[in-house]
Design a protein around this ligand. Structure first.
Ligand SMILES: C[S@@+](CC[C@H](N)C(=O)[O-])C[C@H]1O[C@@H](n2cnc3c(N)ncnc32)[C@H](O)[C@@H]1O
Length: 199
């Protein structure tokens, strides 16, 4: 089932709501957010993370390939702009103070190209804060693995991707565990890194 087809019922999942709360709390602990910041939410979906971070910043630009997911996100009130676009081809006129994301990275095949692109989307000293699955065995997606390009990410893989593409101060922490109906548990990390003041 595509994200467009799942959009209307996406937010009904308590598991997804709890995950979004855990990711937002971890981002707030790790990054000093303030109300002058303009952030980008990569693969924002219906806005589960956007709505939790929005009260702490000036505005959020939500980028997602799925029209249906963004239609749900547009119901959130506040300083949000939406773009239906692949993140890799999204080229805004102004860079951002930070990029947040939850559960999108494993859907992006070209992670090296992505990190290269994310650096360009940021102001100097801008941050990335990306949450996703720690390595899993391919059983997380109970609807099948279509559109899933990575079965989670190792800390060393993300640090290498970030550092070879110009980020500094990278950090990887397990911040949440999802318990699923198959009696298995899946760890979620938050990965953060900074664009240096001069590149
Ligand atoms: C698992 S959902 C997560 C949505 C939301 N962040 C959340 O936590 O509920 C992944 C989202 O990433 C979007 N997506 C996948 N590949 C993308 C890409 N290359 N560029 C932008 N969005 C993408 C999908 O359409 C989907 O809405």
């Amino acid at each position: 089932m595509s994200f467009d087809q799942r959009a209307k019922t996406w937010d009904a999942s308590m598991r997804r709501q709890a995950l979004a709360t855990a990711v937002a709390n971890a981002i707030k602990e790790k990054i000093a957010l303030n109300n002058s910041m303009r952030l980008l939410d990569m693969g924002a979906g219906t806005g589960l993370l956007t709505r939790r971070i929005l009260p702490h910043v000036q505005s959020i630009t939500a980028v997602d390939t799925s029209k249906g997911m963004l239609e749900e996100l547009k119901k959130i009130e506040g300083a949000i702009e939406t773009y239906q676009s692949d993140i890799l081809s999204y080229t805004p006129s102004e860079p951002f103070d930070g990029i947040i994301s939850s559960m999108t990275l494993h859907h992006i095949e070209d992670t090296n190209g992505l990190f290269k692109h994310l650096l360009k989307l940021l102001k100097p000293n801008g941050f990335i804060a990306i949450a996703d699955l720690a390595p899993e065995d391919g059983t997380f997606h109970t609807h099948g693995n279509e559109g899933v390009f990575h079965f989670g990410f190792e800390e060393s893989t993300l640090k290498r991707l970030a550092e070879t593409n110009g980020f500094i101060n990278s950090d990887y922490q397990i911040i949440h565990t999802i318990e699923k109906e198959n009696n298995r548990s899946y760890d979620i990390f938050l990965f953060t890194a900074i664009k240096p003041s001069s590149t």
